[in-house]
Design a protein around this ligand. Sequence first.
Ligand SMILES: [Fe+2]
Length: 283
Amino acid sequence: MYNQSWLIFGGPYGNLQATQALLSEARALAIPAERMLCTGDLVAYCGDPVATIDIIREERIRVVMGNCDEQLAAGADDCGCGFDPESTCSRLSAEWYAYANSVVRPDQRAWLATLPKRIDLEIGERSLAAIHGSTRVINEFIFAGTPVSAKQESLDALGCDGVIGGHCGLPFSEKVEGRLWHNPGVIGMPANDGTARVWFSLITPTEAGLCIEHRALGYDYEAAQAAMRRAGLPDCYREALATGLWPSLDVLPQRERGLTGIPISETRFSWEKRPSPLLGAAA
Ligand SMILES: [Fe+2]
């Protein structure tokens, strides 16, 4: 059933247990690494940055460079997430980034530096460009609630039928005047929906066009929490792995703030061959 499908995921964030669970899921679906793609940020909040980079690299999964990958490759002082300097996210990021920056190996930094900022896929005669944030900046937050004009700008600049985006951490699919903006969500941190589940997607070519499934993934989050405790990382994100609630809503548009704590449903999104009106968003 999934012999032509792509498995798309974002933000492993140093969450080794979630990454291992995703790879198990890929094996169960018989989707090989050649048909998997990661939208970047291999390392962020969680406790196993080194092992997480290694496992993705060993599997030879294609990865778009995220801002965290870019900053670690450069040995920069901060994560480059684009948080407001006065925000909770910014304060917390200083701690998790410093930890990651202290343990990632030189050979891993060199490999992160080779990651492309754009990966083009052709699925079911549709051209899809995978990027991390937007074409303007690597760390632009593009949510479902972000104005359509921001999505149009990147779609126009990329000259493709659809974008596979990352960075924002929440899953959604949206038609933009017949084109597509798709974000699979992330596997390293829950989606602020009050559950411990994390998210990925399956893109399958069909006679009608493309079928996009937003899938939830359960995993051993208690083991991921233990790794964060051992690493001495801040309590907030460790607790978020269990509660499914982000420590801060600073980066969220009004729409997404209003959805805090409401469990997301797995959805199936159809992108037909001919342009049609907006069907709706998944998240
Ligand atoms: Fe990012």
